[in-house]
Write a protein that binds this ligand. Structure first.
Ligand code: HEC
Ligand code: HEC
Ligand code: HEC
Length: 449
């Protein structure tokens, strides 16, 4: 797969090389400035920039584990190799302290650094390019007023020819055609605001939209489901496999609080996204939920045979039918049901409310998804304790042998989710075990180049 990608990229690079060199390749250097004093920026603008930075997940990508916020150095494994995020504090030598606003705007809109070099689209400028002048100026004001940190990112580990930034000119020619954001006059201001954020700064499609072999999002299949760090970023909108259709209110709560009673907790790479949004303005989250809800719900396609309706108080009672059955464990209970009763029922049937309790698994998208990837990630890795805050915890079950694991997944998929068995379960188990085995860092790398 890797070789195929490299080969393809080489071919395309060669094909586009000559053309690209003419059309795009060289961008001039923008002259450096002396770092502007903090007093050069309005307080309101800095605060606005802080909110936009949360929506754009800047700190998630630009902070290494244990490192200083925005100082960069986070390793982002991509299908092509490892790319490191850079230092975006205003340090004059190792950060962006000498960047004038024009250079920052060019990086965000065109993916070109101050000196004129192309940037890798692991930095989601293919979304950030939609951001307005005023919002970019606010982000700039926010970043330029952070404390400067001396830090240089490690060199990227990329094979030839991807290690040559000029090749990115060919990639951009093929896949990057930025246009300014335009409001849809047929929709109201809230919807337009939501679309502007979801498609732009929040770059939701970077994970939730599938990518082609060259690492570019397939925009014609927006939100059809994508990949992030060995996790499945489920389809959103009409193609969502969720057991209970997403509503605007549910989306707003999930994005803001990181959990929702009918859907569970935001886990894996979605966790940091909701941690950032928790601090962003509620109005912006509402707008994003408004736009997302307009993409449709899967109501007609995904019946929810096992999930009971919420009661008058809006609480969804645990689906007592299958739970009681699982607990009773008749003599002829399947192997999977026995594993479930022994290992999982104590939490996922306890009726302890979310976010600390385990969700009724009949409601979990993980069981209904197209692949068992997230379900396996969760079973093998558990949900680790968070530092200093009350957070959901689930123990890892990596010690469970393949026979028990297969039986358990079979039971969850067929009896609880009422879906046909996943094909190639054995291969999925092997892949998930391999991914869970080495030390895993929480980082937001995606399938991007
Ligand atoms: C998904 C991860 C990711 C997110 C989210 C992200 N960045 Fe980056 N950013 C990167 C990577 C990786 C690079 C380095 C790209 C390269 O070396 O070609 C980068 C580079 C940059 C650069 C160029 C710096 C330089 O020295 O060349 C700027 C400016 C920047 N990011 C600003 C931002 C801002 C502002 C936000 C939030 C709105 C943000 N980034 C969010 C991954 C990310
Ligand atoms: C860094 C990658 C990444 C980004 C960026 C991202 N997501 Fe996600 N998202 C995921 C993953 C992975 C999951 C699955 C999480 C889980 O299993 O709990 C997910 C789950 C979700 C779900 C739950 C779907 C379901 O049916 O259970 C929603 C809704 C969602 N994301 C919306 C968004 C929105 C809106 C944005 C932009 C603000 C966004 N995501 C940005 C990776 C991402
Ligand atoms: C000690 C309690 C505990 C045990 C035991 C436990 N879990 Fe969990 N599990 C949790 C908590 C807490 C969460 C996070 C909240 C949530 O999303 O349900 C979680 C999350 C999950 C999720 C994600 C649900 C979603 O979509 O948000 C799945 C799937 C899951 N567990 C499966 C299992 C399976 C299968 C077993 C048995 C092998 C198991 N769990 C055992 C507590 C537990």
């Amino acid at each position: 797969m890797m070789m195929k990608r490299v080969l393809l990229l080489t071919l395309v690079a060669a094909g586009c090389g000559a053309l690209a060199a003419l059309a795009y390749a060289w961008h001039g250097e923008i002259a450096p400035i002396s770092p502007p004093p903090a007093a050069a920026f309005e307080r309101a603008q800095i605060e606005r920039g802080a909110s936009l930075a949360l929506i754009g997940d800047c700190r998630t990508c630009h902070t290494a584990p244990g490192g200083t916020t925005f100082a960069g150095g986070l390793a982002m494994p991509t299908p092509f190799g490892t790319i490191y995020s850079t230092n975006i504090t205003p340090d004059p030598e190792t950060g962006i302290g000498r960047w004038p606003l024009a250079a920052f705007v060019r990086a965000m809109r065109e993916g070109v650094d101050r000196e004129g070099r192309h940037l890798y689209p692991a930095f989601p400028y293919d979304h950030f390019s939609l951001t307005t002048d005023a919002d970019l100026a606010a982000l700039y004001a926010f970043l330029m007023t952070r404390g400067p940190v001396v830090a240089t990112a490690p060199a990227n580990q990329l094979p030839f020819p991807i290690n040559i930034r000029l090749v990115l000119a060919g990639w951009k020619l093929l896949f990057f055609h930025p246009e300014p954001f335009k409001d849809d006059p047929a929709r109201d201001a809230t919807w337009n605001r939501g679309r502007y954020l979801v498609e732009g700064l929040a770059h939701c499609g970077a994970c939730h939209t599938p990518r082609n072999l060259m690492g570019a999002e397939i925009r014609s299949r927006a939100f059809a489901g994508g990949a992030a760090e060995g996790w499945t970023a489920y389809p959103l909108g009409a193609q969502s496999p969720a057991r209970v259709p997403w509503t605007k209110a549910a989306l707003a709560q999930y994005l803001r609080e990181g959990w929702q009673a009918d859907h569970g907790v935001a886990l894996g790479p979605m966790g940091p996204v909701t941690e950032n949004l928790a601090e962003a303005p509620a109005q912006d989250i509402e707008a994003m939920a408004d736009y997302l809800a307009s993409l449709g719900t899967s109501a007609s396609k995904t019946a929810t045979p096992k999930a009971p309706a919420p009661d008058a108080s809006g609480q969804r009672p645990q689906s007592a039918g299958w739970q009681a059955a699982a607990m009773a464990l008749p003599a002829d209970a399947s192997a999977g049901r026995r594993v479930f009763a022994a290992a999982c029922a104590v939490c996922h049937q306890a009726g302890r409310p979310l976010p600390l309790g385990g969700v009724d698994l009949a409601l979990s998208t993980a069981l209904a998804a197209e692949t068992p990837q997230n379900l396996l990630n969760l079973i093998l890795r558990g949900v680790p304790a968070a530092d200093g805050v009350a957070a959901p915890i689930m123990p890892p079950f990596a010690a469970m042998d393949d026979t028990a694991l297969t039986a358990l997944l079979d039971y969850l998929r067929r009896d609880i989710a009422a879906r046909p068995a996943w094909p190639d379960l054995a291969a999925a188990i092997t892949a998930a075990r391999r991914a869970a085995a080495p030390k895993t860092t929480a980082n937001p790398a995606k399938g991007a180049l």
